[in-house]
Design a protein around this ligand. Structure first.
Ligand SMILES: Nc1nc2c(ncn2[C@@H]2O[C@H](COP(=O)(O)OP(=O)(O)OP(=O)(O)O)[C@@H](O)[C@H]2O)c(=O)[nH]1
Ligand SMILES: [Mg+2]
Length: 390
């Protein structure tokens, strides 16, 4: 799974990336600070199944902090998108290709409205920035379709041809079919007008990828006044909005590393353990008040994207269902993210195609019930896959 952080320039994408990954990305108060994409690993927090079995876990592919499983997710932070980016404006469209493998997107807007769509200081309109980003993504996809139109229109099955062209961009067959249906376009033989292609591209993107809107810089005066409009625009696209302050999240994490406070991003609040100067104490107090109800919003953002929007569940495969462990005795070694609706067979295929192909059945390690290949996994299930594979 790959999550892309996108948005116009100077909105706080790299600050959010640093807060999510603990990697020091270059951050500055001017547009196009980021040129080459930053790639890293974020951790998403979820209740660990160790509580259910009353045994301390010993994770391998993730980590666990007092009953909170931290599961790694790849994230990528790219250059700012400006109007016409799909056509090579700004940093061009190379970085759009870097995003083609992403299945989830965090769209960062400047909720304070103090930067324009090119990232320059001034009067900005975050809701229209959001619209611009979606238009750029969709124009990028339309451009690809248009380029391949001669070959698509020659094929008998338009959907197959479209799928072939768009598969590298993680545009799914489901997304293609639902867009065609919504627009009542012909699907057997595709030869649409430019207008048809544009409308199709937007719906195919929305139907294939998952989005959440980060109303960033929520700590800045004036941000709350823009929230209603941002949320309304996001809803038009079927997206949820989370108000956040990436800068505050980063500051709290740095204060934790320096020994000034103890802070865990997935918990609300923090404890001051160092000796802050008067100025630091004031800043900490401000951050405490801002984050009292919902934290800084950064953890919530990731959680809502992965478990809400992308509807992922966590499954724990084990080899020994009595010890809940792998064959080395590691308890609940792996936490695997899977889309809701995944079966024990899907999990087996994820572990290894050989195990999947020769899977016989599965066992629920807690109830010891035998589960068929088509059993739909629930969040937190601990299962042993029984396979004929060695
Ligand atoms: N007040 C406040 N400032 C922020 C926040 N997030 C980022 N900033 C500031 O906004 C400016 C731009 O941040 P970056 O993270 O470089 O933004 P970007 O979107 O990656 O910018 P480009 O790479 O140029 O597209 C910097 O001065 C940050 O310190 C926030 O939550 N609150
Ligand atoms: Mg950047």
């Amino acid at each position: 799974m790959l999550v892309g952080i996108i948005g116009a320039p100077n909105k706080g994408k790299s600050t959010l990336f640093s807060a999510l990954t603990s990697i020091d990305a270059k951050v500055a108060n001017y547009p196009f600070t980021t040129i080459d994409p930053n790639k890293g690993v974020a951790l998403v927090a979820h209740d660990c199944a160790e509580k259910r079995i009353g045994k301390k876990c010993n994770p391998r592919n993730s980590s666990c902090d007092n009953g909170v499983r931290l599961i790694p997710i790849n994230v990528i932070d790219v250059a700012g998108l400006v109007p016409g980016a799909h056509d090579g404006k700004g940093m061009g469209n190379q970085f759009l290709n870097d995003l083609s493998g992403a299945d989830g997107f965090i769209i960062v807007v400047d909720a304070s409205g103090k930067t324009d769509e090119y990232g320059n200081p001034g009067n900005g309109d975050p809701a229209s920035d959001l619209e611009m980003i979606m238009r750029e993504l969709s124009d990028w996809v339309s451009g690809i379709i248009r380029k391949h139109m001669p070959q698509i229109s020659k094929k008998e099955s338009g959907i197959d041809a479209m799928e072939e062209v768009l598969t590298g961009f993680n545009i799914t067959r489901r997304g293609i079919e639902s867009a065609i249906e919504k627009l009542s376009l012909s699907s057997s033989h595709i030869d649409w007008t430019d207008e048809g292609i544009n409308r199709f591209a937007m719906l195919a993107v929305l139907g294939s990828k998952h989005f959440i809107v980060a109303a960033n810089k929520a700590d800045v005066d004036g941000a709350s006044g823009n929230m209603q409009e941002i949320t309304k625009k996001a809803e038009e696209f079927g997206m949820e909005t989370v108000a956040c302050s990436a800068a505050m999240e980063l500051a709290l994490q740095k204060a934790h590393v320096s020994g000034m406070i103890t802070y865990k991003p997935w918990e609300k609040g923090f404890e001051v353990i160092g000796k802050p100067s008067e100025e630091q104490a004031k800043a900490l107090e401000y951050m405490r008040q801002f984050s009292a109800a919902h934290g800084t919003g950064v953890n919530e953002l990731m959680n809502k994207l992965i478990f809400g929007e992308m509807k992922q569940i966590v499954a724990y495969p084990v080899e020994d269902d009595n010890k809940f462990s792998d064959h080395f005795g590691n308890v609940l070694p792996d936490a695997i993210l899977m889309p809701t609706g995944s079966t024990t067979y899907d999990l087996a295929m994820r572990i290894h195609t050989d195990i999947g192909k020769s899977m016989l059945y599965a066992v629920d390690a807690v109830s010891k019930m035998r589960l068929g290949k088509s059993y739909e996994l629930k969040d937190g299930d601990i299962v042993k896959i029984v396979s004929a594979a060695k």
